[in-house]
Ligand binder design. Structure first.
Ligand SMILES: Nc1nc2c(ncn2[C@@H]2O[C@H](COP(=O)(O)OP(=O)(O)OP(=O)(O)O)[C@@H](O)[C@H]2O)c(=O)[nH]1
Ligand SMILES: [Mg+2]
Length: 297
């Protein structure tokens, strides 16, 4: 496998998108993790942009428009659509495929959807790794779209250099509910569907809510379906990416990424089915104790 993995990785580094697609499938299916190859990778010069927000806020439409703006600027773009709920609703990503269809065959655009197969509510276990593989693919920007459902935002933020939180004007209650999650991780807040009434009022309320002493939140309005506000958004994005990280956020995020990989590596020898079988046997014998059980691992 190592030879095969190295050859595939070499093709990925040369920008071969078929090799990249195959490499991602290898990670998804746990054929290989490319750890050996990724150890020799130089730091990624591009940026990873997270796009999150409630279902239907217009994330994919916005991503579609952003791809266009980046392609105009002669950039190479990868898009990863991660749907944490598709574990339960398969096929949910079809909409993204249709929305971004004009980009599917563009030579400088790579689009891939991932479900969170195997983890309830969490992210695909290989996602950190898949992101690393995309970095090797020579893209200028990697966009990661995910539905913010109140529990996975932190994981997405851990993957991204900068996170856009996409909201819509009528999301007043949602904002309150998501405050702890979405609001903490956002670097730029996008009020999409600003063609709707109350967009200005909503943006003002949002700004007020997010204000902290000494820190002005970045709130922008867009109409993704009409490609309005995109240029300003991209400009702001680029400006933010150039800022040195003033907080410890970057180190915190890298720690988060490292922890995900370590926990995955430590778990890789555990056979889930064998574990279930053992639990079944112990339970049937009437002496299952969870803490005694995990002490043996
Ligand atoms: N009026 C209006 N509609 C929009 C705008 N942006 C997107 N939409 C519409 O909103 C709907 C949802 O858009 P998507 O881009 O699929 O939203 P999403 O956030 O990716 O949705 P999920 O991935 O399912 O969470 C689509 O019908 C879009 O055409 C906008 O600025 N104004
Ligand atoms: Mg979407």
């Amino acid at each position: 496998m190592t030879d095969k993995a190295s050859l595939l990785f070499r093709d990925i580094r040369q920008g071969n998108s078929r090799a990249l697609a195959r490499g991602i499938s290898y990670i998804e299916n746990e054929v290989t993790d490319f750890f050996a190859q990724l150890q020799d990778q130089p730091p990624f010069p591009g940026s990873i942009i997270g796009i999150t927000g409630p279902p239907g806020a217009g994330k994919s439409t916005l991503v579609d428009g952003m791809i266009g703006a980046f392609i105009d600027a002669k950039k190479k773009i990868a898009v990863l659509c991660v749907d944490p709920s598709s574990f339960f609703h398969s096929g949910a990503l079809l909409g993204d495929r249709i929305r971004m269809s004009e980009w599917y065959n563009h030579p400088d655009v790579f689009i891939r959807s991932l479900s969170s197969r195997g983890t309830l509510g969490g992210l695909h276990p290989g996602i950190v790794n898949i992101t690393e593989l995309l970095k090797a693919g020579g893209f200028d920007h990697i966009l990661i779209e995910t539905v913010g459902v109140g529990q996975n935002e932190i994981e997405i933020a851990a993957l991204a250099d900068i996170t856009l939180v996409v909201l819509v004007p009528e999301a007043g209650d949602e904002i309150q509910a998501m405050k702890a999650g979405l609001m903490e991780i956002g670097d730029i807040f996008v009020v999409n569907k600003s063609d709707r009434p109350d967009a200005d009022l909503f943006a003002r309320q949002l700004r007020l809510m997010l204000s902290r002493p000494g820190r002005e939140p970045i709130v922008m309005k867009t109409i993704a379906s009409e490609k309005k506000g995109l240029q300003e958004l991209i400009r702001q994005l680029q400006q933010q990416l150039q800022q040195p990280f003033t907080s410890d956020k970057k180190y915190w995020l890298l720690t988060e990424r490292a922890l995900q990989l370590i926990s995955r590596r430590r778990m890789q020898d555990i056979d889930r089915e064998a574990m279930t079988q053992k639990i079944r046997e112990l339970s049937a014998a009437g002496n299952f104790n969870l803490y005694q059980f995990i002490a043996g691992y």
